[in-house]
Design a protein around this ligand. Structure first.
Ligand code: DGJ
Length: 735
């Protein structure tokens, strides 16, 4: 692993990747390469230079010079001189655009100097950093491009730090985190994960062509509609072969991922805070740091990319305390009782849960103040005296005495008008000066830019954590931000353009305060399902509620797409009731579990209404999950096959392979695949399928074995597995 500088080129490399940056003749920086490790001799460096072509930009950087930025891969993209694409960094001075000229000054490799506020890539002894300092001499604005990478791994993270060393007040109107360039754009397509509430992260493909394409969130969160992760893959890339790149942001607010393809078929991907809702004032001596973008790549197809992402996130984003730690199997009260419960109902349910092997009992929404529907009480975080006449402390003790952990739901960022909190602090809401504001679920957003608000909520939540010895906290967030305006910022002389970013910082501050006081508290992220599924939240919450859609079939797409960007060890999956609460589909209990096992398992259904047979099935499921939990937490997830009617997944750990086979509709013509191969298997290994049958790795790898279930309803032996929505798990143990 090294950082070398030969002439005007920096080479950052480890065992798996290289990243090359060049200082151009005008002092700006150019990205030359990001991909598999290059072993470069001195001679090779001259071959990295582009020749200046006549066809390059028509406007030249200086008189009698052929140099132009138009076709250069600007590492920090600037607009205003000879390049005609949007910038990644832009400032105004006294409301006038200033055309930045950022020239290279010097570099630094000292880790000790780095400081962060908010979520970031966690450093360790394997980390190398490079800080490249640039300056706009006119403004005395210093811009540092900071790179972090590790001994191994096909990833690099980047952010931009901006220091105003000059005399003027300046305003950042754009401060994106990273640019990434590719030649031959039309050989590639972008993958993005757009969706909606109850259908988050649906995979969409966009062929790259001249023009611009963006995914962006403007809801105040990373959103249901888009996810900060995008990939760019060669058109021929499959699950297991082909080049692909990924970019994700360590950020939970409004973001943008923008791809521009120019007339030379060069693609440029820029990532960062959405400029549409951002501006930031920098007075003299003030500074600003963007969130980090994590770039990754794989030559081994989408599974390869998924695993690069998963490894990186487990090692450098998720807290080391939780990353590989087995998580408790929860029973969550929401889909069973919604708001309609009391202490006795809950205790009866908890007793049944404990008997089935569940480990943590979570009381979801409805336990506090006067909350009997979704129009009241958010912000008053004390137990509802009617539901808990003996107090929450006594209730929590009873749960703990059953050998269960105890969990509670909160929605810290919200308030209802009919609350003590609102009556006492009406100016603590996000409220525009013109008066009218929008409602979401009957609730208003608390002004998390105001530290006093964050402190109040922290104190209220802490009191409950102390009282109940809380083990698990579900942090929900159920409405978008609208008409944003902060009385607090106005009084503090801070521009409203800073609201969205400061709001997200407030969220991170509450997380930090909680985790500082309760370092081992398991906080599960949630935002009406998966509306804030991002690396910022994962830094604090090692698991996130994937979607309010718990239908096993809908989950197939949602979970496998999410797994391209995030480890399955952060996917909180619950087996829920049928007909499904969101889409009314009836799927077998086995299928609901077989999907949920690929992640963090929980249950969210009325155990008391189940017959003995179903309870026995659940008992067995829980036993199996506990047996495999270590493998799930440490294994690798693969998408093996995907057809309109068929999905096959696999999880491989050093000891086992768990194959999940899912058939959607019974298929009379058997148009689905009848065999499947596992290309990642070691051909020399033999696996036990059942007690007396083994299978050779080479057969699995090259020829393939039969799919484990019949599809067309004619096979009497597998009669239990015919019909729609069938699935089967196949456990292969190393012989
Ligand atoms: C939305 C969440 O996604 C659900 O799981 C549940 O917690 C409800 N909110 C409760 O209001």
């Amino acid at each position: 692993m090294s950082i070398t500088k030969i002439n005007n080129i920096f080479h950052l490399s480890n065992t798996d990747m290289s990243y090359l940056i060049k200082i151009m003749p005008n002092g700006q920086l150019e990205q030359l390469y990001f991909g598999p490790t290059l072993v470069l001799k001195e001679d090779d460096f001259s071959l990295l230079e582009h020749s200046e072509g006549k066809a390059a930009g028509t406007v030249k950087y200086a008189k009698n010079s052929s140099f132009t930025l138009a076709d250069k891969h600007q590492e920090c993209a600037l607009y205003g001189t000879t390049a005609f694409q949007e910038a990644s960094l832009e400032v105004t001075v006294h409301d006038t655009p200033h055309y930045l000229e950022l020239k290279y000054l010097d570099y630094d490799t000292q880790k000790e100097k780095l400081s962060y506020s908010g979520p970031h890539v966690r450093l360790n002894d394997d980390a190398e950093i490079l800080s490249l300092r640039l300056e706009d001499a006119g403004l005395q604005l210093q811009v540092t491009l900071e790179y972090v990478f590790f001994k191994k791994g096909k990833n690099i993270s980047k952010r931009v730090l901006i220091n105003n060393n000059g005399q003027h007040d300046i305003v950042l109107t754009r401060a994106l985190s990273s640019t990434f360039w590719l030649e031959d754009a039309n050989n590639y397509q972008a993958y993005h994960f757009s969706g909606a509430w109850i259908s988050e992260r649906q995979l969409k493909k966009y062929p790259l062509q001249q023009g611009s394409f963006k995914v962006e969130s403007l809801t105040g969160t990373s959103s249901h509609q888009h996810n900060p992760f995008v990939a760019i893959a060669k058109k021929e890339t499959t699950f297991d072969t082909g080049m692909c790149y990924g970019a994700n942001l360590v950020y939970s607010g409004n973001f943008i991922q923008q791809i521009d393809v120019n007339e030379w078929n060069q693609a440029r991907l820029m990532s960062g805070i959405s400029p549409y809702t951002f501006s930031w004032q920098l007075k003299p001596n003030e500074n600003f740091a963007t969130p980090q973008t994590v770039l990754s790549f794989s030559q081994d197809g989408l599974n390869g990319l998924a695993q690069e992402n998963a490894d990186f996130i487990s090692e450098h984003i998720i807290s080391p305390f939780w990353a590989k730690r087995e998580r408790p199997i929860v029973l969550n009260s929401w889909e069973t009782y919604v708001f309609d419960f009391d202490e006795n109902k809950l205790l009866t349910l908890a007793k049944e849960a404990a008997a089935l092997g569940i480990e943590c009992f979570v009381v979801d929404d409805g336990w506090f103040a006067k909350r009997n529907n979704d129009r009241s009480s958010l912000g008053d975080w004390y137990p509802n005296p009617e539901k808990f006449p003996n107090g929450l402390q006594v209730f929590a003790q009873k749960i703990h005495q059953m050998g269960l952990q105890f969990g509670l739901w909160f929605e810290p960022e919200m308030v209802n008008e009919d609350t003590e909190l609102y009556r006492k602090h009406p100016d603590w809401i996000v409220e525009p000066p013109q008066g009218r504001y929008s409602y979401g679920r009957g609730q208003l957003v608390l002004d998390f830019t105001n530290p006093a608000v964050v402190e109040n909520i922290f104190e209220q939540i802490s009191r409950i954590i102390d009282e109940t010895q809380l083990d698990y906290l579900k942090w929900d967030m159920n409405r978008n931000l609208t008409e944003v305006y902060s009385n607090y910022l106005a009084k503090s002389g801070i521009r409203q353009g800073e609201f969205f970013h400061r709001y997200v910082q407030g969220v991170y501050q509450l997380y930090e305060k909680l985790l500082e006081r309760y370092p081992n508290l398991l906080i599960e992220g949630c935002a009406s399902g998966g509306g804030r599924f991002d690396l910022g939240i994962l830094y604090y919450s090692p698991q996130i509620w994937v979607s309010d859609n718990t239908d096993a079939i809908a989950r197939l797409d949602i979970q496998e797409n999410t797994a391209l960007a995030y480890p399955i060890t952060c996917l909180s999956n619950h087996v829920s009731q049928v007909p499904n609460g969101q889409i009314q589909r009836i799927t077998p209990l086995e299928t609901r579990f077989n999907v949920a096992i690929f992640g963090i398992l929980g249950y969210e259904l009325d155990l008391l209404s189940l017959d003995e047979h179903s309870k026995n099935i659940i008992k067995q499921q829980i036993t199996l999950y506990k047996n495999l939990r270590h493998d799930i937490m440490t294994g690798r997830f693969y998408q093996v096959l995907k057809r309109p009617n068929q999905h096959i997944w696999a999880l491989q750990s050093p000891q086992i392979i768990l194959v999940g086979y899912f058939s959607i509709l019974a298929d009379i013509n058997q148009s689905t695949s009848k065999t499947f191969t596992l290309p990642f298997v070691d051909s020399q290994t033999t696996y036990d399928i059942v007690d007396n049958q083994t299978v050779s790795g080479s057969l699995l790898k090259y020829r393939g074995m039969p799919v484990p279930i019949a599809l067309n309803g004619t096979n009497q032996e597998t009669a239990a597995l015919v019909g729609d929505f069938q699935s089967k798990l196949l456990l292969l143990r190393k012989h």
